[in-house]
Design a protein around this ligand. Structure first.
Ligand code: NAP
Length: 339
């Protein structure tokens, strides 16, 4: 039986790729959006799918063009596209505007087309920033504090986009359902060269770009588990308005480096053994904007309580050691790091 069509925005992205593969495996008809159709063959090749299996439509978060056609005849939307930069943007609006306006474009078009439910990929960035203590436990009840000095451009973009989407749903969304998945830092195997900025932490450790590990870290989650959460959140009844914090154990950079060293053998020979003291990070930050960005992260432990996702979605994330090891092995196997 035809289950219906699902639109996946940002089909060229890391998380979207796993979601598309899972949707196809479950028998959904899938349409993806990409900014430029010139990339269509490369996107399909990276996913190992044919044009029959994955229809692609052009749509940019920054423009109205293409969205009505993209959402037409879709039952569900997985809205995943949003800029995730590696470095620091010159202007924070480079991230905020596409994240916020893009979400609104997708929701407006979805509402007009009679879509049943939109699942949007938000982030722990919309939950865990603006900390008042060195270590804090977060749930879906928390929102990042945009008035705090530790909310950088990406954090703002995800918080503002999720708030704008929820405001839209409150104002104009009646009859359509909306759910967000808020992942921690997503790791896991990569399918090819076009992987997410979240894996850069691993590439920098593996290829020796970092002389040591600074004292910061992340709540880790596996891309395969995040894809599974998106699919369950799409069809489980009674989830309208829900928010799911999907993040596992918080690991310091030191922990990540130690996991690589203990599991990757010779491939981890460039992974640093030393720690970089906070004073040195502060000194280096005077000369480097990327280092400056991590200053508010030093010593901060963000512990995410994912019990809501476990209870409502039956979500069972794998241990972070597996995600880190599988990510590192696939980066090495694809020749994406000089380990
Ligand atoms: P990714 O691989 O960089 O994917 C981002 C996607 O967004 C790409 O398909 C990109 O298209 C698309 N995009 C960016 N700007 C766009 C624009 N103006 N118009 C249309 N599409 C645009 O990163 P990802 O990790 O898969 O991230 C996917 C989602 O998960 C994002 O919403 C991100 O905020 C969220 N998230 C990620 C993590 C993580 O650790 N990776 C954690 C929490 C939440 P192009 O290929 O054309 O650039």
């Amino acid at each position: 039986m035809d289950k219906g069509r699902v639109l996946v925005t940002g089909a060229s992205g890391y998380i979207a790729g796993f979601i598309i593969q899972d949707l196809l495996a479950e028998g959904w008809t899938v349409r993806g959006t990409i900014r430029n159709l010139a990339k269509a063959d490369a996107v399909r090749a990276a996913l190992g799918v044919s044009a029959d299996q994955l229809e692609l439509a052009a749509a940019d978060l920054m423009s109205d063009a293409g969205w009505d056609a993209a959402v037409a005849s879709c039952r569900f939307i997985q809205h995943i596209a949003s800029p995730l930069p590696v470095g620091v943007p010159k202007d924070e609006n480079e991230l905020i505007v596409p994240a916020r306006d893009g979400a609104l474009r997708v929701l407006r078009a979805a509402k007009a087309a009679g879509v049943e439910r939109v699942v949007m990929t938000s982030s722990t960035a919309a939950i865990c920033y603006g900390m008042t203590r060195a270590s804090q436990i977060f749930t879906e009840a928390d929102w990042s504090d945009l008035t705090s000095a530790d909310t950088y451009a990406y954090v703002k973009s995800k918080t503002i986009a999720e708030r704008a989407a929820r405001d839209f749903m409150g104002r104009e969304g009646a009859g359509m359902e909306f759910v967000t998945i808020n992942p921690g830092m997503v790791l896991g195997p990569v399918m090819g060269g076009d992987f997410s900025g979240s894996l850069v932490v691993l590439t920098k450790l593996l290829d020796g770009a970092l002389p040591g590990t600074p004292r910061f870290g992340f709540p880790i989650v596996d891309v395969r588990d995040i894809a599974a959460a998106h699919l369950t959140a799409m069809t489980t009844p009674g989830l309208d308005g829900e928010r799911f914090l999907c993040a596992g154990k918080f690991l310091w950079m030191r922990d990540i480096a130690d996991i690589l060293k203990s599991r990757l053998g010779d491939k981890a020979k460039r992974v640093p053994s030393r720690n970089i003291p906070d004073w040195l990070v502060r000194l280096l930050s005077r000369f480097d904007a990327e280092v400056r960005m991590v200053l508010p992260e030093l010593g901060r432990e963000r512990i995410c309580d994912a019990s809501h996702a476990r209870e409502r979605l039956g979500w069972v994330p794998r241990p972070p050691e597996e995600s880190i090891t599988d990510a590192a092995r696939s980066l090495v196997a694809h020749g994406l790091v000089k380990a």
